[in-house]
Design a binder for this molecule. Structure first.
Ligand code: NAD
Ligand code: MG
Length: 377
């Protein structure tokens, strides 16, 4: 019997890659539920192709339409807790994915998590929901999938340090003056990955990597000071795990999200016919590594500070970043102002309770308000 999968954010980059992966694994997996935000036409086309039991569209009021599409934000939790679903692929962008992840974990399901923002926003709550409900979080993010592949079968006490790789984004070799004035089109031109707009901007500021450090902290229970980041422009090595004896394992492959998505579905097993490009070391060519210079990526530095502080600081950092990135994409603030907004919000952040949903949501809301204010000043 095939395993039922819900794909939240099926119209996005991760969602579409997930359907692509499942199309090669139809014996093993079937699509039970899909959800989109506002891309009605693509959602309808996916509905036609996959005939899922449940289709949800977040935008457009609470009215159901005649075509079997559930409308409104509650459709995410309904899809995530559908009785025929065993694995929820959460490919939603931003804080909007939190409730569905919590609900799925409480219902004992596996969450294949791409939606890193919600682990940053409420890591304690999410990991607690998994413990209490018997659900499990399996990362889709390529760096975290790499680490998982390196540590699977090892004891947590054997793990000493994680090293996450970062491509460095489109501005790796630019001077600070030019970066601060970068246009939206320039920020959206990622050298190695094709992704949604928000994460592509996060990869240009390297906020994405700060979010990933916090994500790794919650996924692997490693202290944030034991998580390092190195710039690796070729994006061929996705992550390293260093063990207490000094031995280091790395996971290697050409950049594609299809492999981490497949692994999150089949974990801890591996299956043949993944359809991904075979690795060829000669074709990969020289692999290089550079130190990440904090002064070149000030927004990343703010994120590391939020990680160090803990509590609600990561939630506030994440929410402020969501606001700042949207303002940049709407051409309301220059690229160089994103880090300034994050800095201001963290300066003014008051400590809050990150262990309750109310606390996380309050921190998120407060940071959004502060970020709007900081953007205008
Ligand atoms: P995307 O913008 O391409 O897709 C986002 C999806 O979320 C869409 O289906 C959209 O309809 C849905 N969505 C947007 N706002 C929503 C809301 N308020 N409520 C419900 N649904 C909403 O983004 P993406 O690149 O697929 O990224 C999705 C997540 O995966 C992000 O958290 C990102 O950081 C993470 N991620 C992406 C990649 C990648 O290669 N694309 C890699 C690693 C991690
Ligand atoms: Mg990543």
């Amino acid at each position: 019997m095939s395993v039922g999968v819900a794909v939240l954010g099926s119209t996005g980059s991760i969602g579409r890659s997930t359907l692509q992966v499942i199309s090669r694994q139809r014996e093993r997996f079937r699509v039970v539920a899909i959800t989109g935000h506002s891309n009605k036409d693509l959602l309808a086309a996916q509905q036609k192709e996959w005939r899922p039991a449940f289709v949800g569209l977040v935008n457009g009021g609470a009215r159901d339409t005649g075509n079997g599409i559930r409308r409104g934000a509650q459709c995410l939790v309904e899809a995530a807790t559908h009785p025929d679903v065993r694995i929820v692929v959460n490919g939603i962008v931003g804080a909007a994915g939190l409730e569905a992840t919590l609900a799925a974990l409480r219902a004992g399901k596996r969450v294949a998590l791409a939606n890193k923002e919600t682990l940053v926003m409420a890591g304690d709550l999410v990991t607690q929901a998994a413990r209490e409900g018997g659900g499990e979080i399996v990362p889709v993010d390529s760096e975290h999938s790499a680490v998982l592949q390196c540590v699977t079968g090892r004891l947590p006490t054997e793990l000493a340090r994680l090293i996450l790789t970062a491509s460095g984004g489109p501005f790796r070799t630019w001077g600070p003056e030019r970066v601060s004035q970068a246009t939206v089109a320039e920020a959206l031109k990622h050298p190695t990955w094709t992704m949604g707009r928000k994460i592509t901007v996060d990869s240009a500021t390297l906020v994405n990597k700060a979010l990933e450090v916090i994500e790794a902290h919650y996924l692997f229970a490693v202290a944030d000071e034991d998580i390092d980041v190195v710039i690796h422009p070729q994006s061929v090595i996705h992550g390293f795990a260093e063990f207490v004896d000094g031995s280091v394992l790395a996971q290697v492959g050409f950049p594609t999200m299809e492999l981490p998505i497949l692994y999150a579905l089949t974990y801890p097993e591996r299956v043949p016919d993944s359809g991904v490009r075979r690795f060829d070391p000669v074709a990969a060519g020289a692999l290089t590594f550079e130190e990440l210079q904090l002064d070149r990526f000030p927004a990343y530095a703010v994120g590391r500070e939020a990680a160090r502080r803990g509590g609600t600081a990561p939630a506030m950092f994440n929410a402020a970043n969501e606001v700042a990135v949207q303002l940049f994409l709407d051409e309301k603030i220059p690229f160089g102002k994103i880090s300034g907004v994050l800095e201001r919000v963290l300066e003014r952040a008051r400590p809050g309770d990150a262990t309750t949903l109310a606390g996380a949501l309050a921190a998120d809301a407060e940071a959004r308000r502060l970020a709007q204010e900081a953007a205008c000043s």
